[in-house]
Ligand binder design. Structure first.
Ligand SMILES: Cc1cc2nc3c(=O)[nH]c(=O)nc-3n(C[C@H](O)[C@H](O)[C@H](O)COP(=O)(O)O)c2cc1C
Length: 163
């Protein structure tokens, strides 16, 4: 079954995860940037859709939230999985992010939900954001909280769902 992976990534980590999901699924599966390419992908061509991205100040980028809201009716007829990239480690926190960023029908319909950790490279941010990050993180260091094992497990579980 061909899978469309639609991602929203401000700093690149969710993009890397989305691309790994699509390349591991093969079979014509593709990862598309929700902001630039999602409009060109015809949902009717895909039996399964993975949607996700990076959380910034509690939210996924607005263009992914709007894409999900606009396409809910078509999406709920497919195999659906959702994912998040963020530094929050508490599963209850992840559930809250799913609930507040995706339409309720999609959260209910999703057969799989994944969390792949998060990554902050301080040098990628402007002076204002760096100051905010210093307050949140308590220092000026990069935060490397990627969870490749969670990504691998998600890919294996999703393969079973679509096989
Ligand atoms: C300005 C900023 C705000 C963030 N806010 C949150 C947050 O509210 N909750 C959280 O768990 N992670 C937060 N993070 C961590 C990001 O979710 C993490 O860096 C993630 O890897 C971003 O994904 P991306 O690289 O695909 O944009 C924040 C990161 C930045 C730079």
């Amino acid at each position: 079954m061909k899978t469309l992976v639609v991602y929203a990534s401000k700093n690149g980590y969710s993009r890397e995860c989305a691309q790994q999901i699509a390349s591991n699924l093969g079979d014509g599966s593709v990862a598309v940037d929700c902001r630039k390419e999602a409009k060109k992908a015809n949902l009717a061509d895909f039996g399964a859709v993975v949607l996700g991205g990076g959380i910034h100040v509690g939210k996924l980028p607005g263009y992914l939230r709007r894409y999900c809201a606009k396409n809910t009716a078509e999406l709920i007829g497919k195999r659906i999985a959702l994912f998040l990239c963020c530094t929050e480690t508490d599963p209850a926190g992840h559930q809250k992010y799913f609930d507040t960023n995706f339409p309720v029908e999609l959260v209910q319909q999703a057969q799989l939900k994944g969390w792949f950790g998060g990554r902050i490279i301080v040098a990628e941010h402007n002076v204002v954001t760096r100051a905010i990050l210093k307050k949140i993180l308590g220092n000026g260091d990069d935060f490397r909280g990627e969870r490749p094992e969670s990504l691998r497990a998600f890919i294996e579980d999703f393969k079973k769902l679509v096989s």
